[in-house]
Write a protein that binds this ligand. Structure first.
Ligand code: FES
Length: 147
């Protein structure tokens, strides 16, 4: 399998790895097929700006690279900007992922949204875009069938 230099870089030197003790919102998602788990911590200020973001990923190299890239893409941005982060954008920023690894980037998008949902619930904020958003655990984007 061929990985881009960016994937290798973010896998070997992950940005924003760790956790935020008193996070404004925490999101944890997993993929039941591969068993990988991703957790995102957000520190959001009164203006709705994501001042800090950290991740913990128990998963494959592509999941670690995707989490690292996703945190870079939303750090310092508004909630509105973070809402527009798609797994495709994460994969593109990594100069692509192999097709069987696209689902790793899906975890990153879902973890960010899950953390925003947690933030909204804890702070009595309504994020209309996330109303009714279901984090589909059974998401099987390009997950290879088990043999
Ligand atoms: Fe499942 Fe990468 S997140 S193999």
């Amino acid at each position: 399998m061929q990985y881009s230099d960016k994937v290798m870089d973010h896998f070997l030197n992950p940005r924003n790895m760790g956790e935020i003790g008193d996070a404004s919102g925490v999101g944890e998602v997993g993929n039941p097929t591969c068993g990988d788990i991703m957790k995102i911590f957000l520190d959001i200020d009164d203006q709705g700006i994501i001042n800090d973001v950290k991740f913990k990923t128990f998963g494959c190299g592509s999941a670690i690279a995707s989490s690292s890239m996703a945190t870079e893409m939303i750090k310092g941005k508004s909630i509105q900007d973070a809402l527009t982060l798609t797994n495709k954008a994460v994969a593109e920023a990594l100069d692509g992922l192999p097709p069987v690894k696209m689902h790793c980037s899906v975890l990153a998008e879902q973890a960010v949204k899950a953390a925003l949902i947690d933030y909204a619930e804890k702070h009595n904020v309504v994020i209309p875009e996330l109303e009714g958003y279901v984090i589909d655990d059974a998401h099987d984007h390009d997950v290879p069938e088990e043999e």
